[in-house]
Design a protein around this ligand. Sequence first.
Ligand code: FAD
Ligand code: SF4
Length: 508
Amino acid sequence: PKTLRLILGDQLNSKHSWFSEVDPSITYLMMEMRQETDYVTHHIQKIVGFFLSMRTFSEELIEAGHQVLYFTLDHPENQQNLSDQIQWLVQKECFDRFEYQLPDEYRLDELVNELCEKLTIPSVAVDSEHFMTSREFLKDFFKGKKTFLMESFYREMRKKYHILMDGSQPITGQWNYDQENRQALKDRKLLKKALIHRKDVSSIVEMLEKSGVKTLGTIDPENFPWPTSRQESLEVLEYFCKNLLECFGAYQDALTTWDPYLFHSRLSFSLNTKMISPLEVVQTVEQYWYQHQDRISIAQVEGFIRQILGWREYMRGIYWAKMPDFAELNFFGHERKLPDWFWTGKTKMNCLSQSIGQTLELAYAHHIQRLMVTGNFALLAGIHPDEVDRWYLGIYIDAIEWVEITNTRGMSQFADGGIVGTKPYVSSANYIKKQGNYCDTCAYDSGKKTGPGSCPFNSLYWHFYARNRENLEKNPRIGMMYRTWDKMGNKQEVLNQAEFYLKNLDSL
Ligand code: FAD
Ligand code: SF4
């Protein structure tokens, strides 16, 4: 029997059991599709990153002896969508069986299910053999609970995979080092350059231009900086362990104009395309720490492992527990449009112009830039979560819906009313000032709440609490804020200032 096996763009897992044997009756199918380039406007580096990684992966499969059908975006027989392409191929090549790995996106899952119903040959789904939990694990773990506390999930994962554990206890007697991991970076000399793979991607860029694919952001076609193979991903991981891990935790929340990557790993694209697995990343880092405890403290390592073993798996669990309803949630009923400068970086607010500017240039911003600068602003300004989602889903190299929407709509915009977080991540200028140097050269005054030049974060912050009082006051982690607000002298002035900024978002 002839079997057709589908490999989606984010299923580049060369360790998958599919590939353990070469079987001439099996054909692998990979394709670049308008369906995927066009469902949202993507950063050009994101599309190039996916296509180059897919092409490299298919070449590696062919080298290993597998049969691969690869359709580039400009291939004359490319039907540009999954369903048509597969039905056409099955008929043309007389396949007897269709196999696929479970997709991670709800949209693609539905699409493949519909396709299987249309096909006249049997179809079989297999696991993608990437995640450390099944789609249902988290839903079952929190059965009957209203809030899904990340910390309890994370501890369960530490035990389950025996990471940083001594028997049933954490190896250092403490589960969580968050308290130590919130420092601003004061000493520029600590910084190390990121490991950048410079590749020529001119031919893909040209193809995209010729095909008329709409993109955003910029690219240097002769210096594409992202890892696009398993080998390069492993190099980035090794570089991280040797050079960045020792400062990762301490400065993971730092904000600075000095460097776009700080001590972050830059592994999200490699992980999300499955070129490397979360378990191997976590175990590599854990082992590295065991061998270098003289130089690297547990707080650094725990801070990193928590992101992958905890947050990443947790977000995937939330996604499958709560989709498709999650994509519609808008707890605060926010309605505004994103200001135009989200697409250009041209705003006088330095924190936003830096974070958006680097995003347009690199398709990357680190977590605190996403959460406490762009996300924080969007939430304070009452932007519709659909608008916010569309921006985050298009603009980052690592943006795939299962991890984007849970972070954006859930963690960052609190549009889920508190499934992911126990309270909204909002702050005034105070936090941004404390975490780094953005405020030092800003046109706005971080110390002022009202009047010309007052930092918009300050008045918008109180406006957010005032307008959402009914929704938030009963939250035990927030009630205190309302006592501060009630005691504030110039409430009306603050609200007026915020109203003024809200009416003039495009010119901030
Ligand atoms: P590091 O700081 O080095 O962290 C290591 C790894 O931990 C990351 O590669 C990532 O796989 C994982 N990780 C860290 N934080 C999270 C998190 N909150 N959720 C899931 N995994 C996490 N991450 C994405 O992969 N895709 C997205 O589309 C995405 N959108 C986000 C949107 C918003 C509003 C926010 C606040 C966060 C988003 N994140 C997203 C999470 C996080 O910001 C990125 O994973 C991280 O910045 C990627 O850079 P890095 O690889 O250098 O991460
Ligand atoms: Fe951002 Fe306000 Fe600081 Fe300017 S003053 S960098 S707008 S927080």
